[in-house]
Write a protein that binds this ligand. Structure first.
Ligand code: SD4
Length: 334
């Protein structure tokens, strides 16, 4: 039963809290929270996720918000509605979402739906399944109320027509978005991991996959354990780069398991990269693989095959940090 004294105390606490400046209340609500993302566009994506974490929201809602930002606002040729198509000119999107209790959902080769990460979340929450692909994924999305719309931008179509002149499938090592006008790169992905104020982890991964891929090709991003893995007992990991290498090595799962065995996030990412090199030493010289990890204590680490991988870190102290990952091959390749 609530006594008058309890009632007064509760009211006073509430009144005091409301009197606090908004920034202080946000800092209190987000205490210990953190969000990290792949690549430079991870900075604004993190900020979209941070708006959820700062008001005490869940890591799951945060990563969905961050990934949705990338899918619609980013407009780059590797994620969402502005992505480059496959070699037949079809834009096919891959995404996954996972929380630290092992709940997960994914879509692969999804066409004409603008927010694959939200469809992935519906797969997780509304079906007994984990992954839907192609037409079935699209049918499910439409049934769930997602609008079907033509997504291929005129720029992406132009880039594809240009590519058709040589039709060579040669993934470039890093994004050149910021440095070379004309968006020459043909891969990059948003992988995002968040820890909320309640100590719960979640992650999301969203991409248009490798540009000029074979129609029907699915990368690592929607595959739980390859492009994304989350476990509240340990931490979370995500990946970017040529997805076939992550799938071969169950890479994000590997990073989380290495952390479980006591590695720091940076050590775990490094060891997983070493595994990629050992398995395919020659191939590893010409393609990029990048890992990003966040453990349950909020420690962050990353490592890549090649120089050039950057990752964004956001918490109550700083919302726009962008860091360089160490790499096996130290020279940046073009
Ligand atoms: C894929 N891993 O589809 C994605 C692409 C990517 O940096 O991340 N590129 O293989």
């Amino acid at each position: 039963m609530t006594t008058r004294r309890d009632f007064l105390q509760t009211s006073l606490i509430a009144a005091g809290a409301l009197a606090l400046p908004r920034a202080v209340r946000a800092a209190a609500a987000s205490n210990g929270a953190k969000v990290v993302s792949t690549w430079d566009f991870g900075v604004p994506a993190n900020q979209a996720a941070w708006r959820v974490l700062a008001r005490g929201g869940s890591a799951l809602d945060a990563v969905e918000a961050g990934a949705r930002w990338a899918e619609s606002e980013l407009c780059n040729p590797t994620v969402g509605r502005c992505g480059n198509p496959d070699r037949d000119g079809a834009l096919t999107l891959d995404a996954s979402i996972m929380d630290g209790d092992g709940r997960c959902g994914a879509v692969a080769a999804l066409q004409d739906i603008a927010h694959p990460v939200s469809v992935a979340r519906r797969v997780m929450e509304k079906t007994p399944h984990v992954m839907l692909v192609g037409e079935g994924a699209q049918q499910f999305a439409v049934q769930q109320g997602f609008a079907k719309e033509k997504l291929l931008t005129p720029q992406a179509e132009k880039a594809w027509r240009e590519w058709l002149k040589t039709a060579q499938y040669r993934p470039q090592i890093n994004a050149e978005r910021a440095r070379i006008p004309g968006n020459k790169e043909n891969h990059d992905t948003l992988g995002m991991l968040a820890l909320d104020a309640g100590g719960k982890l979640s992650g999301a991964c969203t991409t248009s996959g490798m540009a000029w891929k074979l129609h029907g090709r699915v990368g690592d991003s929607p595959i739980v354990g390859a492009g994304l893995y989350v476990d509240n007992e340990v931490g979370a990991a995500t990946a970017s780069g040529v997805g076939e290498e992550m799938i071969r090595n169950a890479a994000s799962f590997l990073v989380v398991e290495l952390m479980r065995q006591g590695r720091t996030p940076a050590e775990a990412c490094r060891e997983a990269i070493d595994r990629v090199v050992r398995k395919r030493p020659e191939a590893s010289k010409t393609l990029q693989v990048c890992f990003l990890a966040l453990n349950k204590h909020g420690e962050v680490g990353a490592f890549a095959l090649h120089k050039g991988f950057v990752y964004a870190v956001c918490d109550a102290g700083k919302q726009d940090a962008l860091l360089d990952a160490d790499s096996v091959y130290a020279t940046e390749q073009k």
